[in-house]
Design a protein around this ligand. Structure first.
Ligand SMILES: [Zn+2]
Ligand SMILES: [Zn+2]
Length: 339
């Protein structure tokens, strides 16, 4: 079908060239100078030239075209990604959006394409519309689907774009939202729960000499060993039991955390270095103080329910009544004052 050079029939749409659709090339102009398409869109260099495209973002399992061979002068970005719910697009969104914005600010027309032009490229363009047009995920996706009705990203990408929105359209790797997302990926990437990347573990507070401003340190109530800092707490909205239970996997429960968690009797935190030997290769168990072995809480890589009803996946919970909050004094470092 694509071999029918110059013909507009046989491709179904019947919309003449130049009206926003270039059906033979399987590209659609979704905003002025922003095109969405599948692999066919980059099959021949002259398809791009005809549309005036000089920047191409490929989000696919392999690069869409080889450098040179008629593609000279083309700016390109390749993001390796499979169209699977567990694929991490979130970590690439900032540079994808920046690539599109930069190209457009230089007056270049941009094509974002994947293999079929249905899911991966749609997710990237949706993120771009969310950020630049200040739209919610639903509004941006809806808008795109009115232009391209067959657009249908997988549910994992939908979830990631909701997290992107919750982070304020910028991926903040130090935020509780991103940390929780990264932890959720661990059981997919490392089913044996071995050789986990070190960045998953917060630095042991006993090895930090300087306290960070406004940080609170949590110590074992029994032996006063420092356990974790307030920046390790992964806040969540209070759940209501039945609802929280029904949607335990797909609800971004920690989105838009209110901080008002009166019902929660535990802190849910990111794993800290002293937990490493307990967590590796083990699906669930108790968390004990590394100094006095007092029971502090529990962990489960597949999640636990908070006392407020919310499911947290995975869960590393410390009972509030087993720890004391201490304000860190920034100048004196390890000295603390009980709150
Ligand atoms: Zn809770
Ligand atoms: Zn202790």
């Amino acid at each position: 079908m694509l071999a029918e050079e110059g013909s507009s029939h046989g491709c179904g749409s019947g919309i003449p060239h130049g009206s926003g659709t270039s059906s033979a090339r399987e590209m659609l102009e979704v905003r002025p100078g922003l095109y969405l398409g599948g692999a066919a869109a980059v099959a021949e260099p002259h398809y791009l030239k005809e549309a005036g495209i000089s920047a191409v973002l490929t989000v696919d399992s392999e690069p869409g075209f080889k450098e040179g061979a008629g593609f000279e002068g083309l700016r390109s970005l390749f993001v390796p990604a499979l169209d699977k719910p567990e694929t991490d697009l979130l970590s690439h969104l900032d540079r994808c959006v920046a690539f599109i914005s930069q190209a457009r600010s230089e007056g270049r027309a941009v094509l974002v394409h994947c293999h079929a032009g249905i899911s991966r490229s749609v997710a990237i363009v949706t993120a771009f519309l969310m950020k630049t047009d200040h739209l919610t995920f639903e509004k941006a996706y809806e808008n795109l689907q009115t232009i391209k009705p067959e657009a249908k990203m997988n549910e994992g990408f939908e979830y990631q774009l909701k997290l992107y929105q919750a982070m304020g359209y910028e991926v903040d790797t130090s935020s509780a939202i991103y940390k929780q997302y990264r932890l959720q990926k661990v059981t997919e990437k490392y089913p044996e729960l071995q050789n986990l990347p070190q960045e998953l573990f917060a630095v042991d507070p006993t090895t930090i000499s300087q306290g960070l401003k406004d940080e609170v340190l949590y110590k074992c109530r029994k032996c006063r060993r420092s356990l974790f800092r307030s920046s390790s707490i992964l806040d969540h909205n209070e759940g209501s039991r039945p609802i929280a239970f029904a949607h335990k996997r797909m609800t971004p429960s920690f989105m838009l955390a209110t901080g008002n968690q009166a019902q929660c009797t535990s802190y849910f935190i990111e794993p800290v270095q002293w937990m490493e030997s307990t967590l590796l290769g083990v699906m669930d168990g108790q968390l004990l103080c590394p100094k006095c072995s007092a029971k502090l809480g529990s962990f489960n890589w597949y999640g636990e329910q908070c006392s407020c009803g919310r499911w947290i996946t995975p869960a590393f919970q410390i009972h509030k009544n087993r720890v004391d909050e201490m304000k860190m004094l920034p100048v004196l470092g390890s000295q603390t004052r009980k709150l």
